[in-house]
Design a protein around this ligand. Structure first.
Ligand code: PEP
Length: 250
């Protein structure tokens, strides 16, 4: 049985003091959950967030990284740097990075491989645009993105990679995919992984849904057969709302 992983993506929000306050509050509320709770915070908050999350069941992740170990890449952060302070997760290929910062399937693949080399758990985002969806290309786009992202990994590394299916038209827009639609897309992704790495590996991969998840729709989405939790943007900025999403079963 796959675990549900509920990950917050704070994007470019929250100062260190706000991060500490938030984690102090959330950690008390989620101490009994069996779901995996992850907060992907801005780089500047990482160290404070890791300290605040010590001795709690909240895991900390970054929102991006470079694929090289070190070098002349001004302004960048390496996988080794994240690992050295005990960051556990890293979001790779978020659509905002694909859209605004020239992230490509090739750089996503390099980053996914680099993350596994140092033992970081990548959360890899895939998803179609509205135009691609309207042209009936959703399955083709998301299976191709998944295939390219995972190239070069062995089965064990694939099994330890989280995929976040995030239809781009649903991110930050208030529009959500229906639970059936999201589940079907995620089944396509799992089928693609099974084709390349075997059904057993595919059955182990955690595949989240992301795109305007909130307390009121989390239960319906996360109760579907193939949706293993979510990547949550806006609604993860409010402790009480995010806590309700984490406790979606109740
Ligand atoms: C995201 O940032 O990955 C996301 C899904 O954002 P939102 O929940 O705000 O749509």
């Amino acid at each position: 049985m796959r675990k549900k992983v509920i990950a917050g993506n704070w994007k470019m929000n929250m100062l260190p003091n706000e991060a500490i306050e938030y984690i102090d509050k959330l950690s008390k509320l989620v101490k009994d959950t069996t779901n995996e709770v992850v907060l992907c915070v801005p780089y500047i908050d990482l160290f404070y967030a890791l300290l605040a999350a010590q001795n709690t069941n909240i895991k900390i992740g970054a929102q991006n990284m470079h694929f090289e170990e070190k070098g002349a890449y001004t302004g960048e952060i390496s996988p080794q740097m994240l690992k050295s302070i005990n960051v556990e997760y890293v979001i790779i290929g978020h659509s905002e990075r694909r859209q605004y910062y020239n992230e490509t399937d090739e750089t996503v693949n390099k980053k996914v491989n680099a993350a596994h080399r140092v033992g970081l758990k990548p959360i890899v985002c895939v998803g179609e645009t509205l135009e691609e969806r309207e042209n009936g290309k959703t399955a083709e786009i998301i299976t191709e993105q998944t295939k390219l992202a995972l190239e070069g990994l062995d089965e064990e590394q694939v099994a330890k990679t989280i995929i976040a299916y995030e239809p781009i038209w649903a991110i930050g827009t208030g529009k959500t995919a229906t639970s059936e639609d999201a589940n079907n897309s995620i089944k396509e992704i799992r089928k693609e992984i099974a084709r390349n790495y075997g059904q057993e590996t595919a059955n182990r991969v955690i595949i989240q849904y992301g795109g305007s998840v909130k307390a009121e729709n989390a239960k319906e989405l996360f109760s579907m057969s193939d949706i293993d939790g979510g990547l949550v943007g806006g609604a993860s900025l409010k402790v009480d709302e995010f806590n309700k999403i984490i406790h979606f079963e109740q």
